[in-house]
Design a protein around this ligand. Structure first.
Ligand SMILES: [Zn+2]
Length: 426
């Protein structure tokens, strides 16, 4: 039987579509991190008019924050007349570059065949819109509720979240005495609960050489050949070792159940010529070669071990190669995060999915990190999941879209979750 809350959400279909389109039409590209103020002001106008108290917070001094591209965030809070828990929906407002291959204008929010197309449609303006509709419909159907609902729109998730959730968590906005349940409506599919994510370790490795004339390489020392030895060692030792490690975390897709590493870039020797340069290269032995590695690791792997494994391999090359010299610079490290299946938010959303969709949810973990890391590590709040509409594989792709009926179903699950946590129903 359809509940009054689900019926009201269903009746808000046009509003949900228009809201998602409006959000897509604010082109909050990151980099550079533009229009954050505009999207916060849009949400401010909407939610203030519906009884939310709003706060706009600039992450002054965070990485990327400047007067030209200020890192603005919004937190909107609605309170019921009785004491109770706070349920927080956190969405990032930034989107990645559009790339090529679109058949729709990426910032038009075109509706076609029951889908809304645009950059950020699934990742994650559709999820943000679903949470807004769910919260508004809930406060209307249950004005006498106990506790608080918060909706945040935060900056820079696509570049680490340091101008968004991390900044807010450091200032206590996600501390467990203030917020008790967090749902991040990332596009994980409407019947899946994402419990957490793998860890990440990013580093630059530079091999050193000595410049000389290219006709007499024996008078110099080729940094690119040294890097070749590093890459061979990775192929022979590190990649097979990583492939043998499996996690108990329910990571999807299947290929991410093991440790992985990407080599993001390799640069060595003379810089690339300017486009249009028609001359020939000069002949030099390269004195430097650099790679950036992106190592994703499992809950079962300590970060120290991840670091030590690469360092040991490089130190080993020092023993076997004449004049091998390197530097390793850590760029960033994020620990894995996993919320327990018995946590209240997991249990509640699982039951809501069963109620609304008539099936048990799948439990998954994400190959890449998202803002849960800051809520867990900085906020010290363990009762956090990602749950939202949209297909994960469409994120960052051309012709990204979100299905309208998926958004409605997710909004009903979010609404049902609010009923359970804030009215004692269910
Ligand atoms: Zn996202």
């Amino acid at each position: 039987m359809t509940s009054p809350l689900s019926a009201l959400i269903e009746a808000r279909r046009d509003d949900l579509v228009a809201l998602t389109q409006d959000l897509i039409r604010i082109p909050t590209l990151n980099p550079p991190g533009q229009d954050y103020r505009a999207i916060c002001e849009y949400l401010d106008r909407r939610l203030s008019a519906r009884g939310f108290r709003t706060e706009l917070i600039r992450a002054t001094g965070a990485p990327g924050d400047s007067d030209r591209y200020p890192r603005w965030n919004i937190i909107a809070r609605h309170s019921g007349p009785h004491r109770g828990d706070c349920v927080h929906f956190n969405s990032h407002t930034d989107v990645v570059e559009t790339g090529k291959g679109w058949s729709f204008d990426p910032f038009a929010g075109t509706v076609s065949n029951g889908r809304i197309y645009g950059r950020g449609a699934c990742d994650m303006k559709g999820g943000l819109a679903a949470s807004v509709i769910a919260a508004e419909a809930f406060t209307q159907t249950h004005p006498d509720y106990s506790g608080h609902i918060e909706i945040s729109g935060t900056a820079d998730e696509e570049s680490g979240g340091y101008g968004g959730v991390a900044y807010l968590a450091e200032r206590g906005y996600f501390s467990p005495d203030r917020v008790q349940h967090v749902i991040i409506p990332e596009p994980l599919n409407k019947d899946r609960i994402c419990l957490g994510h793998r860890g990440g370790w990013w580093a630059q490795i530079e091999t050193k050489g000595e410049i000389a004339h290219g006709s007499m390489p024996f008078l110099g020392d080729c940094a690119v050949r040294h890097m070749g030895a590093v890459l061979s060692a990775f192929e022979e030792t590190l990649f097979p070792a990583m492939a043998s490690r499996r996690t108990d975390m329910p990571v999807v897709p299947e290929g991410a159940r093991q440790s992985t590493m990407n080599i993001n870039s390799v640069h060595g020797g003379a810089p690339e010529p300017e486009p249009g340069f028609s001359g020939l290269p000069a002949h030099c032995v390269p004195d430097s070669c650099r790679i950036v590695i992106d190592r994703r690791f499992l809950a079962e792997e300590p970060l120290d071990q991840v670091r030590a494994e690469v360092t040991a391999l490089l130190e080993g090359l020092k023993e076997t190669r004449t004049d091998f010299d390197y530097t390793l610079t850590e760029l960033n490290a994020v620990l894995p995060s996993m919320t327990d299946r018995s946590a209240p938010v997991v249990q509640t959303v699982a039951r809501a999915i069963e109620d609304i969709m008539g099936k048990k949810p799948d439990y998954v973990a994400s190959p890449g990190t998202y803002d849960q890391k800051h809520i867990d590590r900085i906020g010290r709040l363990k009762n956090c999941i990602a749950y939202g509409p949209g297909i994960l594989e469409l994120a960052h792709k051309p012709d990204e879209y979100v299905g309208i009926s998926d958004m409605l179903d997710s909004a009903k699950v979010m609404g049902r979750t609010l009923e359970t946590l804030l009215t004692g129903a269910g």
